[in-house]
Write a protein that binds this ligand. Structure first.
Ligand SMILES: [Zn+2]
Length: 371
């Protein structure tokens, strides 16, 4: 055994603002590289996580919507799991359903029942199981999805309201409280799981990635009661903490993309990217972790807004291109555009489109690469 293990703890639907004000998450900052401006490709699990596993945007991999798990071009994009499996890592995932991440390369692909299973207990048991492999000089990759924020939102929001329900959007305080309670449970989960990792001493020989796939609305914008309908920062901007034994704690404030995680993990493990597959979109963040500047890249995101329909469309109809300072949103379904100055207007309330700003032209040209 000469490589580090990989553990991904994915807090599904975790909001960045809650992490920033959480003592549990803030403790993580003391021994991690914390990326406080991580942008997801898709504001829903399937598109978001296929992009993470492939290091590439769904407009190229084929998985760009709720309906496209099986369109993933597995012969053209090699997943993180496959890289690790090729090196004889024991690979195990525990997820909410079989569509949320690419299955390729997993030795064990477990599905939990988000309504019944105790995820804390279940994931502690899986960590113990991984410890056994590790004691026998085998490496492992463990992917754990914490799905219970989603469970609460499904029961109390998705099933009760639609994207335009006045009762929902006029009760922001109630929405905040509902979300806070769910986030608190996620914090408790994370505390216990991290403690278990330390007790098993897996923190000494593993890279641990604590991340969220997308945020969830608390009623910011009429037309989106949860996530997946729009490309605003309350769902696109997520949290990311890389923890590994020799890390020097650092907060990286410049924008990065969740497609950068896969090449980061590969570089950390000294695994070369295969040239037999399509070139990936992401790039390693190791230089930033080591305080070597790299140029900030634009982040592309897209989603399928169901508009007045019950189900989201087959193909995305809203796209956005973002830097630390600006975001251009293109609503393809009606041709309209939005432009926001994120530094002075983080809640994206003041649309600056058509105001002759030079940045509009630059971003419009940039987004053409993805249309
Ligand atoms: Zn999700």
């Amino acid at each position: 055994m000469n490589r580090k293990n990989i553990i991904i703890l994915m807090i599904d639907g975790g909001r960045l603002d809650r992490a920033l004000s959480s003592s549990t998450f803030n403790k993580l900052k003391n021994n991690s590289a914390f990326f406080s401006q991580s942008i997801t490709y898709g504001p829903h699990t399937i598109a978001a996580m296929h992009a993470v596993f492939s290091g590439s945007y769904g407009n190229r991999t084929g998985t760009n919507s709720y309906w496209s798990t099986f369109k993933f071009k597995k012969n053209k994009f090699k997943t993180l799991t496959e890289y690790l499996h090729d090196l004889e890592y024991h690979t195990l995932a525990d997820v909410v359903n079989e569509l949320v991440i690419p299955k390729q390369g997993f030795d064990n692909f477990l599905i939990h029942d988000e309504l019944k299973d105790d995820l804390t207990l279940r994931h502690c048991n899986l960590l113990e199981e991984m410890k056994k492999y590790n004691s026998e000089e085998e490496n492992f990759f463990l992917y754990l999805q914490y799905s219970n924020i989603h469970t609460g939102i499904m029961n109390e929001v998705l099933k009760v309201y639609d994207n335009f329900s006045p009762e929902y959007f006029s009760n922001k305080e109630k929405n905040e409280q509902r979300y806070d309670k769910l986030f608190k449970d996620a914090e408790n989960y994370l505390e216990i799981i991290l403690q278990k990792i330390r007790t098993l001493e897996l923190n000494k020989n593993s890279l641990i990635l604590v991340m969220s796939d997308h945020g969830i609305s608390v009623g910011e914008k009429v037309g989106e009661r949860a996530y997946g309908a729009f490309c605003y920062d309350y769902t696109l901007r997520t949290f990311t903490y890389f923890l590994y034994p020799e890390i020097h704690p650092i907060e990286i404030k410049q924008q990065i993309r969740t497609i950068d995680f896969m090449p980061t993990i590969l570089e950390y493990l000294n695994i070369p990217i295969s040239e037999k597959f399509e070139k990936i979109d992401g790039e390693s963040l190791i230089p930033l972790i080591l305080e070597n500047p790299i140029e900030e890249k634009f982040a592309f995101s897209e989603t399928g807004n169901p508009l007045k329909d019950k189900r989201p469309p087959e193909e995305p109809n809203i796209k956005s291109i973002r830097s630390s300072k600006w975001k251009l949103i293109f609503n393809e379904y009606d041709g309209s555009k939005e432009l926001y100055g994120l530094e002075s207007d983080p809640y994206e309330e003041n649309n600056l489109i058509g105001k002759n700003l030079k940045i509009e032209e630059i971003l419009w040209k940039e987004i053409q690469n993805y249309l």
